[in-house]
Design a protein around this ligand. Structure first.
Ligand code: NOJ
Length: 462
C-alpha cells in the first residue's frame, strides 16, 4: 500500500492557458496578450512569438464554460484542482482599481469546485504579469513586491473564506530566465545578468510578502506553498554512488548556469543564495541582494513545496564527480520530443524532501501527445496512460522510502494554450476541439478516474 489514505489526486491548469475572454468584463492586458499579439516574424529564427500566430484570446473559453469543466472534473473524480488567477482580470492596471466582475469569476469558480467536492489550489502567479505593470518596469521595479502584495491581499480578501491552499509563484525560473534573460517568452527581454538577478530578487521578495499577506488576512487557517520547476535529474542506476552523484547534480550551482534548482529554492526555504552560484557569477551577482532583512523576508515559513516535474537527465558517478549520461538512440519521447524519464518522480521528490524538509506536492506532471477524436468518437491515448502509470509507480517508490509526498496534479485537466507552441501541443486529460469548444474525455481521463478511485492500487506493476 503505497499511497497514503488522504493522498491528493488532482489536475492543473493556468489562467492564460484556458480562460479566454481576454477582452471581456474589464480584464486588463497581460504581458502574454501583448506578446502573443505580436505576429512579426523574427528574421533570425523565421518564427513568430507563438507558433501559428495563436493567442489566448479564446483558448478553452473556460471563463464561460467553467461549470461544464467542473462537471467533467467531478466525473473524473478529482480531489483537487489547481487553477491560477489572472492578475490583470482582478486588477486591470495591476494595482489600484479592482475589477469586481473579474474577481467574481474566481469566487464563482471556487463555489462550483467546492460544490463538486473538489479542493481548489490557487496559484497567484502563472507568468501573466499585467502589462500596465510591465510598462512601469515589471519585476525590475523595486515597487514590484508591493504591487504583488496588494494584489494578493485583494484575492485573499475575496477567496480565503473558501480557499485554504495557496501557491505563490509557478515556475519562477522559466518566467525569469526564458522571459527576462533569453527573450524567448513574454516579456521578451534580454537583460544583462545583474538586472536578471535584480528581477529575480524582486520576485522572491514578492513571494515573501505574499506569504505574509495570505497568513495575515486569511479568513481561515491555510497552507501556503511555492511551485518552481527543477533541474531534473535521476541516477542511471540505483547504486548508491550514482544516487549520490545525481543528488549532487540536482543542487550543483557551481556552473555559470541559472537553471540549477538551488538558485530558485534555497533562498525561499533556507534564506540564502547558493554560495557556489554566487562564486560562479561573481562579476554579475549584485552584492546588495545579500541583505539579511531581504533574505529573512524571502524565506517565510512554508507549508509545502510544490514542484513541476516532466523530464530529466540520467546522471552517472565518475571519479571526478558526475556526468550526464547520453540518451539512448531513439529514446522514448513525447510529441513535444521531451524524453520520457519516470525516475524523476522517484528521485527529485526524495532529493527535495531531504534538502528542504517540506512536504512535497507534485504540482505538475504530464505529457503532450498527438491526440485526436477517433471515428468511434473517443480519444485513445494509451501512451499518456502508460506515461502516467510509469511516473506514478516511481512516485510510489519515493513514498515507500518515507518521502512525504502529499499529492499529484496531472498537467493538464484539458488541452490548452501551450505558450510558444500555441495549440500545437496537447497536454490534456480532456480533449478540446478549439473550433467548436467540444470537450471529450480521453481514455486517460477514465483511467485516471480508476486510479483515483482505487487510491493508486489500480496502477499496473504496483
Ligand atoms: C509548465 C508550466 O507551468 C505550464 O504552464 C506548461 O503548460 C507546462 N509546464 C507544459 O509545458
Amino acid at each position: 500500500m503505497s499511497f497514503p489514505k488522504d493522498f491528493l489526486w488532482g489536475a492543473a491548469a493556468a489562467a492564460y492557458q484556458i480562460e479566454g475572454a481576454a477582452m471581456e468584463d474589464g480584464r486588463g492586458l497581460s504581458i502574454w496578450d501583448v506578446y502573443s499579439h505580436d505576429k512579426n516574424v523574427d528574421s533570425g529564427t523565421g518564427r513568430m512569438n507563438i507558433d501559428n500566430g495563436d493567442t489566448g484570446d479564446v483558448a478553452c473559453d473556460h471563463y464561460h464554460r467553467y461549470k461544464e469543466d467542473v462537471a467533467l472534473m467531478k466525473e473524473i473524480g478529482l480531489k483537487a484542482y489547481r487553477l491560477s488567477i489572472s492578475w490583470s482580470r482582478v486588477l486591470p492596471e495591476g494595482k489600484g482599481k479592482i475589477n469586481e466582475k473579474g474577481l467574481d469569476f474566481y469566487g464563482d469558480l471556487v463555489d462550483e469546485l467546492l460544490k463538486a467536492g473538489i479542493e481548489p489550489y490557487v496559484t497567484l502567479f502563472h507568468w501573466d504579469l499585467p502589462q500596465a505593470l510591465m510598462n512601469l518596469g515589471g519585476w525590475s521595479n523595486p515597487d514590484s513586491p508591493d504591487w504583488f502584495a496588494e494584489y494578493v491581499k485583494v484575492v485573499t480578501d475575496k477567496l480565503s473564506d473558501r480557499v485554504t491552499h495557496w501557491i505563490t509563484f509557478n515556475e519562477s525560473q522559466c518566467h525569469i530566465i526564458i522571459g527576462h534573460l533569453l527573450g524567448e517568452c513574454a516579456p521578451k527581454l534580454k537583460l544583462p545578468y545583474p538586472e536578471v538577478f535584480q528581477a529575480m530578487h524582486h520576485l522572491f521578495l514578492a513571494h515573501g510578502k505574499a506569504v505574509q499577506t495570505i497568513r495575515k488576512y486569511s479568513a481561515k487557517p491555510c497552507m501556503v506553498g511555492y511551485a518552481p520547476c527543477a533541474s531534473e535529474v535521476y541516477p542511471v542506476t540505483d547504486k548508491k554512488e550514482d544516487i549520490d552523484a545525481a543528488r549532487r547534480a540536482a543542487f550543483d550551482a557551481s556552473a555559470k548556469n541559472l537553471w540549477n534548482t538551488s538558485w530558485w529554492i534555497d533562498p525561499i526555504v533556507h534564506g540564502r543564495y547558493p554560495k557556489e552560484g554566487i562564486e560562479a557569477f561573481a562579476e554579475y551577482f549584485p552584492e546588495a541582494l545579500l541583505k539579511e532583512e531581504d533574505l529573512a523576508l524571502i524565506s517565510q515559513p512554508l507549508d509545502f513545496l510544490g514542484i513541476n516535474l516532466y523530464r530529466g537527465s540520467g546522471i552517472r558517478h565518475t571519479e571526478e564527480g558526475y556526468v550526464q549520461a547520453e540518451k539512448k538512440i531513439g529514446f522514448d519521447r513525447t510529441a513535444f520530443k521531451w524524453p520520457v524519464t519516470p525516475k524523476v518522480l522517484h528521485y527529485m521528490p526524495k532529493f527535495l524532501f531531504e534538502r528542504y524538509h517540506l512536504p512535497v506536492l507534485i504540482t505538475e506532471n504530464g505529457l503532450s501527445m498527438a491526440d485526436w477524436v477517433s471515428l468511434d468518437g473517443k480519444v485513445h491515448d494509451p501512451q499518456r496512460i502508460d506515461f502516467m502509470n510509469r511516473y506514478l509507480l516511481e512516485l510510489s517508490k519515493a513514498l515507500d522510502e518515507g518521502v512525504n509526498v502529499v499529492g499529484y496534479f496531472a498537467w493538464s485537466i484539458m488541452d490548452n494554450f501551450e505558450w510558444s507552441q500555441g495549440y500545437g501541443e496537447r497536454f490534456g486529460l480532456i480533449h478540446v476541439d478549439f473550433e467548436t469548444q467540444k470537450r471529450t474525455l480521453k481514455d486517460s481521463a477514465y483511467w485516471y478516474r480508476d486510479i483515483i478511485t482505487s487510491n493508486g492500487e489500480g496502477l499496473q506493476g504496483l
